[in-house]
Design a protein around this ligand. Sequence first.
Ligand code: FAD
Length: 475
Amino acid sequence: GGADAEYDMIVLGAGPGGYSAAFRAADLGLKTAIIERYSTLGGVCLNVGCIPSKALLHVAAVIEEAEHVDKAGIVFAKPSVDVDALRKHKDGVIGKLTGGLSGMAKARKVDILRGYGSFLDPNHLEIEETTGASQDKTGTKKVVKFRNCIIAAGSAAVHLPFLPRDPRIVDSTGALELRQVPGKMLVIGGGIIGLEMATVYSTLGARIDVVEMLDRLMQGPDADAVKVWEKQNAHRFDNIMLKTKTVAVEAKEDGLWVKFEGEKAPAEPVRYDMILQSAGRSPNGNKIGAEKAGVIVGERGFIPVDAQMRTNVPHIFAIGDIVGQPMLAHKAVHEGHVAAEVAAGHKAAFDATVIPGVAYTHPEVAWVGYTEAQAKAEGKKVDTAKFPWAASGRAIANGADYGFTKLIFDAETHRVIGGTIVGPSAGDMIGEVCLAIEMGADATDIGKTIHPHPTLGETVGMAAEVAHGSCTDLP
Ligand code: FAD
C-alpha cells in the first residue's frame, strides 16, 4: 500500500531534541514533519519537566528569600499560598512556551502529525491518532513515508513494581500537577528531580523524608558541594535515609504505610500522605516498533548511535534521552542539530567535551567536566582552586556567603577541565566554565578576563586567580 503523505524528514517525538532537529532540518530545506502524541509540542521538558519545575522553584525561592530578610530587619507576614492560582500560573508558563513552538513550526512549514507513531518498515511509520490530554487513541490510523527519520521519543519515569496504584503515589508528572500539599511526604530517590520537587513541596508546607539506596544525595557533583547543599536544606527534612530502600507500601485510608530496609530503615512502617517516586527514568526505545525498521535497541531500551547520531540503519537517527545519559534537554538539542545537519548532507558530529549538570534547588548546584572525585577515580593529575563565597562582597550582601566556586585544572597543561559552583544562580554561571573548557582556556585566560564587580559571576575569575597564585584585591 501507499502512504498518506511523504516527507524528506520525519521526527518521532516533539521534545527539545525533536523540535530542535525538525526546525534545523526544515531550515536546511528538508520537507519535515513531527509525530507527537501529546496535544502540545515541547515534550517532557516543556510540559512535565524542566519548565514547570522551574516555575514552581522560582516561587519557592521568592518565599524563602522573603523569610530570610528578617536578618536585614525586614519581616514579611507568613505567605498565604493559593495552590489553584499557583497551578494556573505554572500552566500559563507552559502554555506560552508550547504556543511559541507551534508558531515556530508553522513559520517553517513543519507539519505536526498528532498521534502515536510506530515503525512499519525502514521507510514507513504508522500514526494512530490520539486525542485529549490523556492521549486516548481514536482508532484512526495513517501511514507516512520518510526518506530520513530522527527518533526523539524520550524517556519515562521508572515505576517501582511493588507500589500500589493510588492517587497519593505520584511520579514527577503527578507531583508537578500540584493537586494538594501533603502533610508528610516521602521522596523515593535522592537525585535532582526528587530534590527539586522536595524543595517545592517543603516550601509550600510539607514535611519531607527522603530514601536513597546509595550512600549520598545527588550523585553528580563533588561531595563538598553536596555538603553545603545539605546544610542549607536541613530544615526541609525530618529524615534522610541513605543506603536504605522502600520494600513495601500499604495504601490505607489513613495514609500510605511504608516499610523500609537498610542502614537507616525505621523498625516500624512509617505513615505518609503522599509518595513521590523519582527513582530514575527509562528510555522509550522498546515502545516504537524499532525492530520493524531494523533499528537495534539495547537491552535497557537505549538506542545505540554513532557520532553522527545514526542508528545501525543509516537513514534513521536517534537523539536525546533515548540514546543515553545524561538525560538532559540541552544535550538533546545539540544532538538534534547534528542529526538534522547530517541528514541534510552536511558534515557534523556530536563532539561536546562537556555537558553541564544543574540542580535548580536552593542553593543551586552546578558542575561540568571533571569533578575531583572523577579525577581521583581515573588517576588523573589535577590542580584544584576553590574560591569561598565568604570572600565575595556580593555573596555576603546577598546572604549567600556559604557558597563556593571551584575550578579543576589539568596539572600538566594547566587548562581548566572542570568546575563546580554551589550557591544562588550557580546554573547561570556554570556556562562560563563550559565555554572555558571547550575553548581550552587556562587559569590565566580566565583570571585576566575582567568580570563585573560585584557579582557572583566574578567568583569564577577569582577562583582562576587563586589557581594562578595571585591574591584578589576586591572582596
Ligand atoms: P522528551 O522530552 O522525553 O520528548 C519525547 C517526546 O516524544 C514526548 O513529547 C512524547 O510524548 C513523544 N513520544 C514518545 N514516543 C512517541 C510515539 N511513539 N509517538 C508519538 N510521540 C511519542 N533537563 C534539563 O536539561 N534541565 C532541567 O531542569 C530538567 N528538569 C527536569 C525535571 C523533570 C521533572 C523531568 C522529568 C525531567 C527534567 N529534565 C531536565 C530532563 C529533560 O526533560 C529531558 O532530558 C528532555 O525532555 C529530553 O528530551 P527528548 O527530546 O529526548 O525527549
